[in-house]
Design a protein around this ligand. Structure first.
Ligand code: G3H
Ligand code: 13P
Ligand code: ZN
Length: 361
């Protein structure tokens, strides 16, 4: 059994200079494909479940499924993470169901649509850090509102995210505020806003520095060299998957995601967790279309799901290799949650904050 916390995993990633993709899961097929890819290249894994995933599969089903994945792949360190927790209750119930890490997204209010002010974000994130660290679980916070610098707002493609127009400033994490936020909340990882957004329609052209503000990551990393940074909305929306989807009856307008080489650049500047959902969805769904198109009489779901799992496995394997995650699983000795709790309580995980304070001055 190898259930690892986000903090331990990202500490290892920082020490060795790699990044870890965090893949969203909703069902067994996604879980098996991701774990199979991890096993093939010896990569540690972050599986993350959104609130939508939890209500789709149900908490008990999801928890038991991850237990089964853990038993099937006992040598792969596996972090189970709550994606975009909206309040304390979501984060606490996730931990109760075996999540070793939670995201408290206080950049938005609990409705997950309305931008929250800085004070609200600090207070709620700090409260979640207190409760999570008490049991050894990790916390990711978010500062700045995710959304498109091109469109000047959030996207509602997934049914969540900021609604309406947001100022350019709100869409970019402020480095000074980031220093203060990490000090005040003691989060284990910090998600930042720099022009990425959820879903397939991130950019209307190949992104440059105007619309994908990598310089924000570099500046925050300069100020907070020991803090683990998180990139959301980091699907690359590969052209070959768009083409496959469209070749078999799909209607996806041409779009651009985050180029893998930009993510790799981010990893060189402190990005340790890279959130990917859309690419996984597209890899599977393009394959559903291909199978349906190629054999219109087919009605066995497994004939759709198996090739879709293979496509997802291929995508995950590529990301593990591109981000340097591959080759690190066997070496990691998982620290149990209870031991992590003791380390937080004894202040054993605090020197990072002290070091950070010096770096910020
Ligand atoms: O947070 C964004 C992820 O893509 C999750 O999406 O809420 O539709 O599961 P979802
Ligand atoms: P994508 O939509 O780019 O895959 O982003 C997923 C994400 O950030 C989940 O939190
Ligand atoms: Zn996200």
């Amino acid at each position: 059994m190898a259930r690892i916390t986000l903090r331990q995993l990202l500490d290892d990633a920082a020490e060795r200079g790699y990044g870890v993709p965090a893949f969203n899961i909703n069902n067994m097929e996604q879980g098996l494909a991701i774990m199979e890819a991890a096993q093939a290249v010896d990569a540690p894994v972050i599986l993350q479940a959104s609130r939508g995933a939890r209500s789709y599969a149900g908490d008990i089903m999801l928890a038991k499924m991850v237990e089964a994945l853990e038993a099937t792949y006992p040598h792969i360190p596996l972090c189970l993470h709550q994606d975009h927790g909206n309040d304390e209750a979501t984060c606490a119930s996730a931990i109760r169901h075996g999540f070793t890490s939670v995201m408290m997204d206080g950049s938005l209010k609990a409705d997950a649509k309305t931008p929250a002010d800085y004070g609200y974000n600090v207070d709620i994130t700090r409260r979640v850090v207190d409760l999570a660290h008490w049991v050894g679980a990790s916390v990711e916070g978010e500062l700045g509102v995710l959304g498109s610098l091109e469109a000047g707002g959030g996207e509602q493609e997934d049914g969540h995210g900021v609604v309406g127009e947001v100022s350019h400033d709100q869409l970019l994490t402020d480095p000074d505020e980031a220093v203060d936020f990490v000090r005040a909340t003691k989060v284990d990882a910090l998600a930042i806003a720099m022009g990425t957004s959820h879903g397939a329609y991130k950019f209307s052209r190949k992104p440059d520095g105007e619309i994908l503000a990598m310089h924000v990551i570099e500046e925050i990393h300069r100020r907070l060299p020991d803090v683990h940074l998180v990139m959301h909305g980091s699907s690359s929306v590969p052209q070959d998957l768009q083409d496959l989807f469209n070749a078999h009856g799909g209607a996806m307008p041409q779009t651009w995601g985050v180029p893998v080489e930009e993510i790799v650049r981010g990893i060189r500047h402190g990005v340790r967790k890279v959130n990917i959902d859309t690419d996984c969805r597209l890899a599977m769904t393009a394959m559903f279309r291909k199978v349906a198109d190629g054999n219109r009489g087919e009605f066995d779901p497994r004939k759709f799901l198996k090739p879709a799992m293979d496509a997802l496995q291929k995508l995950c394997r590529e990301r593990f290799e591109q981000f340097g995650t591959a080759g690190n699983a066997a070496r990691i000795k998982v620290v149990p949650l209870a031991e992590m709790a003791l380390r937080y309580r004894s202040g054993g995980l605090d020197p990072r904050v002290a070091g950070m304070a010096t770096a910020a001055e």
